[in-house]
Design a protein around this ligand. Sequence first.
Ligand code: ADE
Length: 272
Amino acid sequence: MHFDILTLFPGLFESVFRESIVKRAVDAGLVSIAIHNIRDYAQDKHHVTDDAPYGGGGGMVMKVEPIILALEDILGAELIARQKQTGEIQVPIILLTPAGRLFNQEMAREFERYGHIVLICGRYEGVDERICELAVTHEVSIGDYVLSGGEIPAMVIVEAVTRLVPGVLGDMRALIEDSHASGLLEYPHYTRPAEFRGLQVPEVLLSGDHAKVARWRRQQALRRTWERRPDLLKRAKLSEEDRRFLETLQQQKESPEAEEACPHEEREGPAH
Ligand code: ADE
């Protein structure tokens, strides 16, 4: 997997990519990252990369020319033009912007499958719209809030995609069971000691009964998702048993006194 990152602040990436999972993936030759300074592609004497917006208003806008020159240097003008003409994407050119589509695990999987992506980190009020018309294939936001630039969002995408590259995570189970991989939030985890300051690990996890543990975990994942992110349930793959369990949760919410009549829940969970 190869990442090209275009930024005005290359130094921001140093420490993040020098540690942890991304570093291990790079050291193992599974991932490569090239950071490109947009300023190096500014043509004028002072290497200016931004200018005042046409039509007035506050803030500055990133100029189109240095960004397109950087992209052409990295990918070649032909590939960029062909992608725009045909809509057939070989290398996604992703602009990080709060006005983009919301990044999620499915998008991370999609980007990983390309094997090569380009990330453009916007700054200031935004970038000249013509970069989107000429080159950008995806505009992506990492959340409904505004950051000072696309650098941290680019780090988020590099990390999320790197984790999906085959061989990067030693234990594949960790990946498969991750929050969001199944479309649900993850169940809670516990490790030793079995009791801490009066708080017990749920009995079922100590039982050695794998089927019961699996059922408890599934129900915890369903319960958490139902409580915190009900929007995810619409797209999650649910079995008949899952649906029955969710119905029970809903009934309990509507008439809490019916709690005792809950036939489906694996009972040995922690207090909520
Ligand atoms: N740039 C500024 N805020 C952003 C966000 N939320 N996502 C992506 N890029 C951004």
